[in-house]
Design a protein around this ligand. Structure first.
Ligand SMILES: [Zn+2]
Length: 179
């Protein structure tokens, strides 16, 4: 990854325009170019500037051309693009990854499953079956069964297991609550 790509990943085009003294109004309107008063023939009166948040870029139709956050900062601060990229990295507190942090990232267990959301889904399910669930959940046998369901979440690490967990626990709570 180049410094420029890193820098562009750490600064939004909106923030870059802000750093250039301009303002952005979203993707759907033409607006003033932050450099219009200096660079445009009309002195910047015309709204000749558009931002494209999806690609994190902007374009000035009055001659400034295309910007990514790096080039925006470069023009604003009268720097080369390369220096602007480095400026952005420093401005955003970028630290080059160390061997240790790379290793940690490479070996970290990435939990793709939102277990809190699963627990919430089961709670919602129980509430739907039993409008008094908020009270009953403290009574036996509901309380201990529900607790066991939540304890099983510790073993859920994949989407597939999440789906199975939800199916099994819903089934269990349903048969208990419909008694
Ligand atoms: Zn311009």
């Amino acid at each position: 990854v180049s410094d420029r790509e890193l820098a562009n990943g750490r600064l939004s085009i909106d923030d870059a325009v802000g750093l250039a003294g301009g303002e952005t109004w979203g993707a759907n309107s033409k607006q003033w170019c932050p450099f219009g008063h200096i660079n445009h023939i009309d002195g910047g009166v015309g709204k000749a500037f558009r931002v494209y948040p999806d690609s994190n870029t902007a374009y000035c139709f009055a001659g400034c051309g295309w910007f990514d956050p790096t080039h925006m900062v470069a023009v604003a601060k009268d720097m080369t693009d390369r220096d602007a990229a480095l400026w952005i990295l420093e401005y955003t507190g970028y630290r080059e990854p160390t061997v240790e942090s790379r290793w940690e990232a490479a070996t970290a267990v990435h939990t793709v499953v939102d277990t809190a959301a699963l627990a919430e889904a089961l709670k919602v399910f129980c509430t739907r079956l039993d409008p008094m669930w908020d009270v009953h959940r403290f009574d036996e046998p509901f309380a201990s069964t529900f607790r066991k369901c939540l304890a099983l979440l510790d073993r859920v690490t994949t989407e597939d297991e999440a789906a199975k967990w939800l199916a099994v626990t819903k089934d269990g709570m349903r048969s208990l609550l419909s008694r």
